[in-house]
Ligand binder design. Structure first.
Ligand code: FEO
Ligand code: CA
Ligand code: CA
Ligand code: CA
Length: 560
């Protein structure tokens, strides 16, 4: 790889300006094309390709590329489908709700596996493919780790407490050293509900956002396991990291309860000095914490077969950020209760409540860890936690990025040193308090997705909310976007701007850095038209989330 290029030349592209256009913009010399949209057939052999349960789901999010060939020209793209927009999912909207609509909404979330190949400079879907697979809201899965079989995990449908149907609200992700995919269940609480007055949440249920009137969709009226008054334990079976073997389409996904239950964001893996795995996780709600799970045992050669139970034994920690740039990993009790109620265990241990921790990325050679804190407009409000060293802005509308170095450079350490990498926002806005690592940094807001390529460039993706985008203090930041940061120089350059209303997420580069895959989520989303102006990206019809491929016209390495 391009070692002759001095660091100061990176990123080596002309940055694109902020944009409010309804299109994807990339730098001169680059080309972007749509690869996989919502409702595209995945090419699952023998299915005919029709129906949401075998098509690409909605609202693409975290994603990874698993090479299938030594030269990386064939591989699997594995991607999350976070949530549903029911006004687009059903031609007549969710009302009136029916059992068929509830099923379709369950089928539209989860994970897609597709086979892709690079042919004559273009990535194509291989359809049919023996690897192609949909995992969705009713796919059978196993529950493993300390909470498996516990009384709180048992339901009328599953007296064993060790098997469950489905995964949904799949947001960020991770990849294990043995080549499996970790999908993270984020806002699961919004799918549970009950008739008014029939369910009163206890303190733990409240902490996880469960309430009789908490459901976004009336699943509970048509699929009884989501009725909190009848099956309250079903909600304990969501909010986990789920391990999927993309190489075996017949494999059963496994919910790994040792990693703790939260509104799961990221399950970013790295190795400890002695060869165990450390998994870094965010919990994306205001004033929730950052976690690390360290396995008891070391990784063994031999792929998933040799490491099937590795994530079931270990220690779960929550982070406390102290002043002076010091931090501590606080070990949580190794019990089923502490795993199911990880938030309560983190409180009891004294973890720091953060400004919505989202993605975590680990530098490929230094092991330095970066985390996005997307925003927290309630920081410092009456009755809410005030500012602290690691969350230094009250009513933090723009978000920030914090980084840490594990003590002794060992991901297994129980202490770390940290600092703030970026305080995001428009530096021209008085009082915004924006701070970038150099004068050569393009401004952005609401950092969310985060990815290190194999050369150590950091790719930052944004998720400014539609209620603030292109307005007020956010006017000059434009649509959501993807930026590229050179840690050595402090340069941050805007690489891609998304269409109107979208979030940019799921960025992953191939190991040779010659292809960048990225997801455009919820294009056309607006907060102020009631969902009526529903035409647009990518093809002028109803807007569709999609995976976009970016290549250089000269076939060179992206970002250099
Ligand atoms: Fe689904 Fe926290 O973003
Ligand atoms: Ca996110
Ligand atoms: Ca989002
Ligand atoms: Ca977000």
């Amino acid at each position: 790889p391009n070692t002759a290029t001095p660091d100061t030349a990176l990123p080596g592209f002309a940055g694109v300006p902020p944009s409010s256009a309804d299109t994807v913009v990339v730098p001169p010399g680059y080309r972007a094309s749509v690869l996989l949209k919502w409702e595209d057939s995945l090419g699952i052999a023998g299915t005919g390709g029709a129906g949401q349960a075998v098509q690409a789901g909605m609202h693409h999010d975290g994603m990874h590329f698993f090479p299938l060939s030594a030269d990386g020209s064939r591989g699997l793209l594995v991607l999350n489908h976070e949530y549903t927009d029911e006004t687009l999912l059903h031609p007549d909207g969710m009302e009136p709700a029916t059992v068929e609509k509830v099923r379709r909404s369950q089928f539209a979330m989860g994970v897609s596996v597709v086979e892709v190949a690079l042919r004559r400079g273009e990535w194509e879907l291989i359809r049919p493919s023996p690897y192609a697979r949909r995992i969705h809201g009713t796919t059978p899965m196993r529950i493993a780790g300390p909470a498996a079989g516990h009384a709180w995990m048992r339901t009328a449908h599953d007296p064993s407490g060790a098997s469950v149907l489905g995964t949904f609200q799949n947001c960020a992700m991770g990849v294990t050293p043995w080549g499996t995919y970790l999908t993270c269940e984020e806002n699961f609480q919004g799918h549970f509900g009950a008739a008014p007055g029939s369910f009163r949440p206890d303190a733990a249920q409240r902490r996880y956002g469960l309430a009789a009137d908490g459901s976004w969709l009336p699943w509970w009226q048509f699929d009884e396991r989501f009725d909190l008054s009848k099956h309250p334990n079903e909600a304990n079976r969501f909010g986990w990291v789920v391990e999927i073997d993309p190489m075996d389409p017949t494999s059963t996904p496994v919910k790994r309860t040792a990693l703790g239950r939260k509104r799961q964001e990221s399950a970013t893996c790295t190795l400890t000095r002695d060869g165990r795995v450390a998994v870094y996780m965010g919990d994306d709600s205001r004033f929730e914490s950052i976690y690390k799970f360290v396995t008891r045992d070391t990784v063994r050669p031999g792929g998933y077969a040799a490491n099937r139970d590795l994530l079931d034994h270990g220690t779960l920690y929550a982070a406390r950020f102290d002043g002076g740039g010091r931090g501590q990993w606080l070990a949580l009790p190794a019990t089923a209760e502490a795993s199911i109620h990880a938030r309560l265990a983190a409180d009891a241990a004294g973890a720091t409540p953060m400004d919505r921790p989202e993605w975590v990325a680990v530098h490929p050679t230094t092991g330095e860890v970066y985390v996005t804190l997307s925003n927290n407009t309630q920081r410092g409000d009456p009755g809410r936690p005030g500012v602290d060293a690691a969350n230094p802005r009250a009513r933090n509308a723009f978000g920030h990025i914090v980084r840490w170095r594990e003590h002794g450079g060992d991901a297994g350490a129980s202490a770390f040193e940290w600092d703030t990498y970026v305080l995001a926002g428009d530096p021209a806005v008085a009082g915004a308090g924006a701070r970038y690592p150099s004068a050569h940094a393009d401004a952005f807001g609401a950092p969310d997705g985060l990815h290190f390529d194999s050369g150590g460039l950091l790719w930052i993706q944004t998720d400014m909310s539609g209620s603030v985008m292109n307005k007020g203090d956010f006017t000059r930041l434009g649509n959501n976007q993807l930026l590229c940061a050179n840690l050595a120089t402090g340069r941050i350059r805007r690489f891609l701007t998304g269409p109107r209303g979208c979030e940019v997420t799921g960025c992953v580069l191939t190991p040779d850095r010659r292809t960048l895959f990225v997801n455009i989520q919820h294009p056309g989303e607006t907060s102020d038209d009631g969902g009526t102006s529903r035409r647009g990206w990518p093809d002028g019809g109803i807007p569709r989330s999609a995976t976009v491929v970016v290549r250089r016209e000269d076939g060179g390495m992206i970002g250099t």
